[in-house]
Design a protein around this ligand. Structure first.
Ligand code: CAO
Length: 291
């Protein structure tokens, strides 16, 4: 391989992090090394762990090698770092959303008249914002050294968007101060622009909590990974009608499965259960959001 091209600051960073530049160049298949290559390269497991990935797959049959885009590698870096550093737990619950769904349908014509498509997610974001005000500990981040809890006075909700070029998380700012129509408009605008790679840098980051909704696709539950430096993420699966025992008989109830992954360094299980219970109560009786 030709000589390595790396700036002195990149070489210094590599030395500090114990990254072997020649080895990294070999893995990347190029001789120019950038700062983010070192940061991302650092996620590769060291020592004996590396053998699990060190496999010649072509020995078992034909393969195609497709390098990950810079975007996908940065996302992978964040997720790996969150999975490695955060002792996380996922708490599951489900909300009875028959009333909310009937209300959402009833405002459909008005929303359509305004040119807005209101999906259930706009209401869920509204309820999350309200719950974050009620439980400020969830609206915080730990400092890098884990010594200080930084409590946020704003409520910004990150929305995981599935795009052809990977997962993106644009952020709806001040979600607690916005109505459902505005939230729905912003949600569809941000999701559309994320899919067209038109999200501005100032629309990413600075979130209180992220929501990852797979409800439009399917599934009963999942365990989302926290989007660092946030302390929790809400996963939403597909709402279905289930029989619910009302004390005397079964009756049909439209149930929304919710999964809350939280950072156990800061939030304990009882707090997570209370947070999700509160969120379920808001979604069950949306009028509670007015109180
Ligand atoms: N239960 C049942 N149906 C649901 C639902 C739920 N929880 N959530 C949405 N739906 C319905 C919607 O109402 C809509 O139906 P109609 O077309 O009849 O109105 C349909 O599913 C599709 O919704 P949508 O996905 O277009 O819109 P949304 O507001 O629910 O979600 C967005 C927007 C951007 C979050 C979503 O499109 C998306 O990208 N989700 C994937 C997120 C993701 O990848 N998470 C994983 C991250 S970790 O890899």
């Amino acid at each position: 391989m030709p000589d390595l091209i790396a700036s002195p600051s990149v070489r210094a960073l590599a030395a500090r992090k114990g990254v072997d530049l020649k080895e990294l160049a070999r893995k990347l298949g190029r001789n120019t090394i950038l700062r983010e290559d070192i940061q991302i390269g650092n996620r590769w497991p060291q020592g004996s762990e590396t053998t699990a990935w060190d496999v010649d797959h072509s020995a078992f049959g034909p393969v195609i090698e497709e390098p990950l885009s810079r975007f996908a590698r940065l996302a992978a870096e964040n997720l790996t770092s969150a999975a490695r550093t955060v002792p996380s737990v996922t708490h599951h619950d489900s909300a009875e959303i028959s009333v909310l769904e009937a209300f959402r349908r009833s405002i459909g014509p008005e929303a359509e008249g305004r040119g807005i498509r209101v999906t259930a997610l706009a209401f869920q974001i509204k309820a999350m914002a309200r719950a974050l005000r009620e439980f400020p500990k969830f609206n915080a981040s730990l400092s890098h050294d884990g010594m200080v809890l930084i409590k946020k006075s704003y409520v910004n909700i990150g929305v995981a968007v599935d795009t052809p070029h990977g997962l993106m998380v644009p952020v709806i700012r001040n979600a607690d101060r916005k109505g459902v129509f505005t939230l729905a408009e912003e949600l569809s605008d941000l999701a559309g622009r994320a899919r067209n790679r038109k999200v501005r840098p100032d629309e990413l980051g600075g979130g209180s909590m992220t929501v990852s909704s797979l409800g439009g696709i399917g599934g009963e539950a999942f365990t989302p990974i926290i989007n660092p430096p946030e302390l929790a993420i809400l996963g939403i699966s597909k709402a279905v009608t289930r029989p619910l025992w009302n004390g005397e008989a079964f009756e049909p109830a439209f149930m929304l499965p919710l999964d809350l992954t939280y950072d156990h360094r800061v939030i304990n299980g009882a707090e997570a259960a209370r947070f999700l219970h509160y969120l379920c109560a808001l979604l069950k009786e949306p009028a509670r959001m007015l109180i």
